[in-house]
Design a binder for this molecule. Structure first.
Ligand code: S3P
Length: 172
């Protein structure tokens, strides 16, 4: 996409397993702009993984770092910024994102999300006795917040990551 000029940072929001990181990275390649990921930034700064941060310092500590990182990255050059699934729930993050970015909700349905997260052990929030129920409850609680994003891109029918990135580019 030659000549595409990104005016604002595109912030990928949505549930864990929606493909924010994979699609965000492909979108950045397509548009030839930098790609950043808030979870990766938090991990690099802490020199710990997200599960380690949750275990050692707790979720509130993680959320505080997440808000700092998102605010800092929004102050930089326009880029594609993928965020963790909980980031767009915070009113402060929502305000910061709407002020200097454009929020794109990757909207995947629960069954697709479950097939993607069920075998991974990287989500501390899903380390419960009944992770499918936890995911279902999180989904129900979060959809009203994700609906506040500027743009919504459905993940159904499913397509390859590059096509998903093209879908997002088409609505920007
Ligand atoms: C979280 C999602 C994770 C990560 C953390 C909390 C959430 O990111 O930020 O485990 O609250 O949904 P992904 O959406 O990239 O899995």
């Amino acid at each position: 996409t030659a000549g595409f000029m990104l005016k604002k940072t595109v912030v990928m929001v949505g549930m864990m397993g929606a493909g924010k990181t994979a699609v965000g990275r492909a979108l950045a390649q397509l548009l030839r702009v930098p790609f950043l990921d808030s979870d990766q930034e938090i991990e690099a700064a802490a020199n710990m993984t997200v599960p380690e941060i949750f275990a050692r310092d707790g979720e509130p500590f993680f959320r505080a770092r997440e808000t700092e990182v998102i605010s800092r990255l929004l102050g930089g050059c326009p880029c594609i910024l993928s965020t963790g699934g909980g980031a767009f729930l915070s009113p402060v993050n929502q305000a910061n994102i709407s002020h200097s970015g454009v929020a794109v909700w990757l909207d995947a349905d629960l069954e697709l999300l479950w097939t993607r997260v069920r075998h991974r052990d990287t989500r501390p929030l899903l380390r419960t006795a009944d992770p499918k129920k936890t995911l279902t409850d999180l989904y129900a609680a979060r959809v009203p917040e994700y609906s506040k994003a500027d743009l919504r891109v459905p993940c159904a029918p499913p397509v390859a990551i590059e096509k998903m990135a093209q879908r997002v580019a088409d609505v920007l």
